[in-house]
Write a protein that binds this ligand. Structure first.
Ligand code: SF4
Length: 406
C-alpha cells in the first residue's frame, strides 16, 4: 500500500523548507501581530463570534462592534436565549445579517442539542449553521489547537506566491493550496483539550501553547499586512528568501508597476590569494533594509554614455528597478562581464582607466560606509536581495577565487 506523505514531505516537494518557514513566520508574528481583542481570549465562544464577524468584513469594523456584542451576549447561552431581533440590533453596522441569524440559530442548537458545548473539531463544527470550511478550521485550531490549516483568501494568496503556482479556480488547484498550507503547519499536537467547553467558561483551550492556532493566525496576518493583494511588501516580508515569486507572480493581480533606472558599482580587487569586493553598508536608520550590505550605488549622471557590464531587473512591491552594474575593472570577474564592457564603437563607451577612476570617485557614500569584503565571506553577510542576485549572476559568490587581471 502506498505510504501517504507527511506535511514536511509535501512542502519539501514544493521546495519550501517548512521548518525555516515556520521559524521566520512565527518570529515575525510574535513581534508584529496587531493587538486585536479576539486574540486576547481563549474562550471558544468568543473566538467563534469573532470568526463569524470577520467573514467578508474589515478588521476595523469588527473591532468596533465585537466588544459591544459580547457585552450584550457574554455567553453562548445568553446568545441562544436572546430574540433574533436583539441579535440583529447588536449586529447592526456589520452587514451580511444572515451571519447573525445563523450564529443565533447555531447557539440555540448547541444549547438544546449539545447541552451548551461547542464542538471542538473542524469536522463537527462544520455541521453547525453558518460554519463553513474556513470558519471551522479557524475555530478548531485557534480555540482547540487542532492541526488543521486555515485557508482564507489571504492564506491562498500567500501560498500561491510562495510556491509560484498559478491561481486557477478549480477544485484540484484549491486542493493543492490546502495541501501546501497544511504542509506548512507545525506538527500538530492534536486537539489541546478534547473536552468541549461550556459556553462562557472562558478557560477552555490554550493560547500560549498552540502551534497550529498561532501558525494559522500568523499566516492570515502575513496576508493581511505584508503579502497584500495588489502591492506585496516583499522587502519587509519575513519569508522573502523562501518565496519563489516575490511579488512577480504571473497570474495574480498586480498593481500598476513603475520603472526606476538605477546604477551601482562592482569593484573587485585582489589581496594575496583572496578576492575582495567593495560593499556599502546601509544606514542603521534607513527606512528600508537598514544596516544591510549592497553594491555601492552610483548616480545616473556618472554613468551616462557608458555601457554597463550587466543589466538586471529587480521588482520590489510595485516598482521595477532596472539596475545597471558597472565594473571598475576593464576585464570582468566572470566571462559574462567581458563582452558588455568591450562592446564595439557606437554601442558603448569603453571603460578606460580614467572612467574607472571616475566611477570610483562618483560613489557618494562616505568611506566609513564602504567595506572591502572577501568574496568568501559574502554568503554569511546580510546582503540586499538585489546585490545577492547580481553577485550570484556574475558568479562572484559561487566562485570565491576569481582570477582578476593584474
Ligand atoms: S516575498 Fe512578497 S510575494 Fe512572497 S510571500 Fe512575501 S510578501 Fe508575499
Amino acid at each position: 500500500m502506498k505510504r501517504s506523505e507527511s506535511g514536511d514531505e509535501v512542502a519539501a516537494r514544493n521546495e519550501i523548507n517548512p521548518a525555516a518557514f515556520r521559524r521566520r513566520l512565527l518570529a515575525w508574528y510574535r513581534g508584529n501581530a496587531r493587538a486585536l481583542p479576539w486574540r486576547e481570549t481563549s474562550d471558544p465562544y468568543k473566538i467563534w463570534v469573532a470568526e463569524v464577524m470577520l467573514q467578508q468584513t474589515r478588521v476595523a469594523a469588527v473591532t468596533e462592534h465585537y466588544n459591544e456584542f459580547l457585552r450584550r451576549f457574554p455567553t453562548l447561552v445568553s446568545l441562544a436565549l436572546a430574540s433574533e431581533l436583539e441579535v440583529l440590533v447588536a449586529w447592526s453596522g456589520l452587514g451580511y445579517y444572515s451571519r447573525a441569524r445563523l450564529l443565533h440559530r447555531a447557539a440555540q442548537f448547541i444549547v438544546t442539542e449539545r447541552r451548551g458545548s461547542l464542538p471542538a473539531s473542524a469536522a463537527e463544527l462544520r455541521t453547525l449553521p453558518g460554519i463553513g470550511e474556513y470558519t471551522a478550521a479557524a475555530i478548531a485550531s485557534i480555540a482547540f489547537g487542532e492541526g488543521v490549516a486555515v485557508v482564507d483568501g489571504n492564506v491562498e494568496r500567500v501560498v500561491l506566491r510562495l510556491t509560484g503556482r498559478s491561481s486557477e479556480n478549480t477544485a484540484a488547484a484549491r486542493g493543492l493550496v490546502r495541501a501546501q498550507a497544511q504542509a506548512l503547519l507545525p506538527q500538530a499536537r492534536g486537539t489541546v483539550s478534547r473536552r468541549e467547553v461550556q459556553s462562557g467558561g472562558g478557560a477552555g483551550a490554550q493560547h500560549c501553547d498552540n502551534p497550529a492556532g498561532e501558525h494559522n493566525q500568523a499566516m492570515m496576518e502575513l496576508g493581511a499586512m505584508v503579502c497584500l493583494p495588489r502591492a506585496p511588501r516583499c522587502s519587509e516580508c519575513p519569508v522573502n528568501s523562501l518565496c519563489r515569486t516575490r511579488g512577480e507572480h504571473p497570474t495574480l493581480p498586480r498593481a500598476a508597476q513603475r520603472s526606476q533606472p538605477v546604477a551601482c558599482l562592482l569593484d573587485l580587487r585582489k589581496r594575496g590569494p583572496a578576492t575582495e569586493v567593495l560593499l556599502e553598508r546601509r544606514s542603521a536608520d534607513a527606512r528600508v533594509m537598514p544596516a544591510m550590505y549592497e553594491l555601492p550605488p552610483l548616480p545616473l549622471e556618472a554613468v551616462e554614455g557608458l555601457e554597463p557590464a550587466l543589466r538586471i531587473r529587480h521588482a520590489i512591491t510595485n516598482t521595477n528597478y532596472y539596475m545597471q552594474v558597472f565594473s571598475s575593472r576593464r576585464t570582468a570577474p566572470a566571462a559574462s562581464l567581458a563582452p558588455a564592457i568591450s562592446a564595439g564603437p557606437g554601442r558603448a563607451v569603453k571603460q578606460t582607466g580614467a572612467t574607472v577612476r571616475a566611477l570610483r570617485s562618483a560613489v557618494p557614500a562616505e568611506s566609513r560606509e564602504l567595506h572591502w569584503t572577501r568574496t568568501t565571506r559574502l554568503a554569511g553577510l546580510p546582503l540586499t536581495g538585489l546585490t545577492r542576485k547580481i553577485l550570484q549572476r556574475l558568479k562572484v559568490m559561487e566562485n570565491p577565487r576569481i582570477a582578476l587581471p593584474e
